[in-house]
Design a protein around this ligand. Structure first.
Ligand SMILES: C[S@@+](CC[C@H](N)C(=O)[O-])C[C@H]1O[C@@H](n2cnc3c(N)ncnc32)[C@H](O)[C@@H]1O
Length: 427
């Protein structure tokens, strides 16, 4: 996924990881266009060849003009042309195995049907869908990685079934509706990189009534954390360096380590309470404007006495069928009562209300690690909290005006009678 921290974006992982490009996998490098070369026979969308087929338009395609492809978008797609980012995603077995299992679990929806893979990357999910018996798969990607996907498809003798379209979902044209949309669109903190908007666009343009979207819903969570090792490692360290008092470095160290969100792996032991649901996304119904800004109020009750170092964010996605399927109601997983803003989140029990046993891809601290890890917003200074102490406030995540793929984070928190505000940008 986009934004595997590294290269020139200024987006932090923890300090130890800064020097390890290998650990970060791919990344973003900013350079020119996205349609440099393409072999003969490769289906490239361009404005002279508007449709994959040449039949008449249908009503669903009579949409308003697509948003312009900005320089930021070009840089974004360019970042996905690098092999490392795809290698990291594919090697994330939790991610890739769950997608494959979800495709196989929904084989009855896919067999003999038309599928669109929104952001196909190397084509791996399209190929899983072909293996599940799809009649035709439109594999769409605006990055030059689509050139590779086309080669992979041909080498696996799937060119008759999988049509690779090199272009933005917002720009390409196909002349039929699709039964299934599959996409791996989730960014850090779920919404970073704003790819979900492209899934909404594809859904509104091409998905048949009653069609399937995988994943079907997603939930972003937050919880207060304690992480003394991390704080000591980055901050307290400066108090005594080879016997020298370097406390003069403390302010700078806090600023550099904690100004922006960090992508790191924590464990359940770092988490002080049950989580709060920041946002639930139903992929069948979510609208573009809901993604521009997401706000929530939270109230936690610490389960223990500990220094509070900040908040952790993670998400899960569920793979369930369309509403009208008798076996799939796409009932979202819920933390019982946790999204109730008037409730104290900290005393809620984590319980999945999921009678359909939908497959879940989780990035929670207590679950096996994924390449998304968790996203942490650290305070500059810890707050000592007692057991049962209330930690409350509000959070707003909004698409940056500068680049809608960046995320502005406005966090207000108070505990023990003091209030704080922290603004950060995930870029
Ligand atoms: C997270 S990667 C997933 C790749 C692949 N589906 C997989 O699972 O390995 C997302 C891909 O979507 C592509 N993408 C994002 N937004 C897109 C858009 N609006 N139109 C076409 N491709 C897009 C990116 O270029 C990238 O290759």
């Amino acid at each position: 996924m986009y934004g595997i921290t590294g290269y020139s974006n200024g987006y932090h992982q923890n300090q130890q990881q800064h020097s390890s490009e290998e650990k970060r996998g791919g990344g973003r490098r900013r350079r020119g266009g996205r349609r440099s070369r393409h072999p003969p026979g490769f289906r490239v969308f361009d404005h002279h060849h508007h449709h994959y087929n040449n039949d008449d338009d249908d009503d669903k395609q009579e949409q308003k003009a697509p948003p312009p492809c900005t320089d930021f978008d070009m840089a974004y797609f360019h970042s996905y042309a690098h092999v490392g980012i795809h290698e990291e995603m594919i090697k994330d077995r939790v991610r890739t195995d769950t997608y494959r299992a979800a495709i196989m679990q929904h084989q009855s929806f896919i067999e003999g049907k038309v599928v669109m893979d929104v952001g196909c990357g190397t084509g791996i999910l399209s190929i899983f869908c072909a293996q599940a018996g799809a009649k035709r798969v439109y594999a769409v990607d605006a990055s030059d990685i689509a050139l590779q996907a086309n080669e992979v498809v041909k080498a696996n003798n799937l060119a008759e079934k999988i049509i690779v379209l090199h272009g933005r979902v917002e720009d390409v044209e196909i002349d039929e509706e699709v039964d299934v949309i599959i996409s791996e669109w989730m960014g850090y903190m779920l919404l970073y990189e704003s790819m979900l908007g492209s899934v909404i666009t594809a859904r509104d343009r091409w998905l048949k009534h009653g069609g399937l979207i995988l994943p079907s819903n997603a939930t972003l969570y937050m919880a207060p954390i304690t992480h003394p090792d991390r704080y000591n490692d980055s901050i307290e360290f400066w108090r005594n360096v080879y016997g020298i008092d370097m406390s003069a470095m403390l302010q700078l160290a806090k600023q550099c380590a904690f100004e922006e969100p960090c992508v790191e792996t924590i464990t359940g032991e770092n988490v002080l309470t049950w989580p709060h649901v920041v946002k639930h996304v139903d992929c069948y119904t979510i609208q573009h404007d809901e993604l521009e800004s997401v706000s929530t109020r939270y109230k936690f009750q610490s389960m223990m006495r500990a220094p509070l170092h900040g908040f952790a964010f993670w998400f899960d996605v569920e793979f369930s069928g369309p509403t009208n399927s008798p076996t799939n109601n796409h009932i979202p997983s819920l933390l019982t009562g946790a999204s109730n803003n008037n409730h104290i989140d900290g005393i809620q029990k984590k319980k999945r209300a999921n009678p359909n046993e939908a497959l879940v891809l989780s990035t929670a601290p207590e679950d096996p690690p994924t390449h998304w890890q968790q996203t942490l917003i650290y305070f500059y200074d810890p707050i000592e909290v007692e057991q049962d102490q209330i930690i409350e406030g509000s959070l707003t995540l909004s698409q940056s005006k500068e680049n809608r793929r960046f995320m502005n984070i406005h966090l207000e928190y108070s505990s023990g009678g003091r209030s704080y505000v922290k603004e950060s940008v995930m870029r």
